[in-house]
Design a protein around this ligand. Sequence first.
Ligand code: AQP
Length: 332
Amino acid sequence: MSNIVFSGIQPSGTIHLGNYLGAIKQWVDLQDKYKSLFCIVDLHAITANKLLASELKSNIFKTVAAYIACGIDPEKSIIFSQSTVSGHAELSGLLGCYTPVGWLNRMTQFKDKAGSDKQKASLGLYSYPVLMAADILLYRAQYVPVGDDQKQHLELARDIALAFNNYYKLDYFVVPEILVLDHASRIMSLRDGTSKMSKSDPSEYSRINLDDTDDLIVKKIGKAKTDSILGFDFTTLKCRLEISNLINIYSVLSSLDVDKVCEEMSKHNMKHFKKELADLIISVISPIREKVIDLLRDRFYLHEILEKGAKKAAEVASHNMKEIKDIVGFVQ
Ligand code: AQP
């Protein structure tokens, strides 16, 4: 047991409600209980859909600002970007030697993101889960608070840790545990109840971004796909993917049980429910958005947080890398 928490978000676009509810919201509570590292995983962000350098830089600053605006305290938690601590890439290369290709061939995210022409997908996209395992194992982290979509990658990180430990017959790597929040673990697209809300969805109307204006939130919720069935009957929700997603978002944000939300909303029509939902989302997003705008005025401060975080993370990483190299037999 290590009592260390590690998690991260790719600066591949604007953080959305799914990232907030599935990941960041639980980080805020965890930082009071555990030594926490919250990374901006920029090396992961270039594995697919590459951005212009200026866009990537800007996203990195926006992500730091969003972490802080959502409640991550840089005095309590270590906030840093992945590329500034060389141990991530170094350990990823090393762990690749303990990861059978057959394990990587099973990863569904690669299949989804590589699209139809797998020959054109990058090696980085293919080995993404090994880098993710390195991110976690480098700090010997115990807990990894992520959304449901990362379950398979976390299973792989556990398998890699065990493969290494078993080969050297010791318990060096902590076998990490996933922390997922039941109802917030997979927030779905507002346009399609079968796909998760995602930064890379080409439709802006599929997601609520943390920088959306109040008017835009009202518009997006107004246009969110629903169905023509009347009422919000709890027993039929499972077959109504889009409504069920909206009810779920309402439930997570209001901390009311799903059946309670259904009971309450059954007294009204869809228009009323959408208005209530938009108001609730605005009450959460609007203060975060304003704080992000404020923080982005001082990039020097944000840069300083990243530098300080990188220094603290690198201390742990380089200590652990030395031990790992020694276990493998490298002479240093
Ligand atoms: N829809 C979601 N519901 C709940 N949790 C989610 N997460 C992502 N989407 C949802 C969680 O957010 C954290 C950061 O995710 P990421 O940026 O590293 O990559 P991702 O999972 O691939 O997220 P996106 O938004 O879909 O990015 P793109 O489109 O760039 O791939 C993770 O903990 C994730 O589980």
